[in-house]
Ligand binder design. Sequence first.
Ligand code: CO
Length: 150
Amino acid sequence: MNLSKKLLIILAASAFSSVAFAGDCDITVGGNDAMQFDTKEIVLKKSCAEVTITLKHTGKLPKSAMGHNIVISEEANMNAIVEAGIKAGLAKEYLPSDKSKVLAYTKIIGGGESTSVKVKTASLAGKKKLMFYCTFPGHFALMKGTVVLK
Ligand code: CO
């Protein structure tokens, strides 16, 4: 097979994969009563202008005991956001009042609930290493992962 033919196949394959699943622009992340997300990586496709990330709390505990949210920021800002969020408390969704470093966030939910946030992929382009995590006090140790723009 010559090079141009190979390229054609690769192009065709990538064009197909970008339109194959409309659901690519909708991502669901689960959180449970064991203080865990069901994934360590959220992949956002650049082919989606906007991705809807839905957080589904599959547990039974109330948000006061086992609240979860999804917050996205650069890794470098993660600790400061978590600390400010803990000080802010549940009434403020465990989020800092200054959200300039928060790139996306959901509210805090409890067992059986779900919530979602829309993320414009262009707003994340050029950012340094991105992380998603839960800002409920103590959860961030286990409840975090990387956000990858592909
Ligand atoms: Co949590």
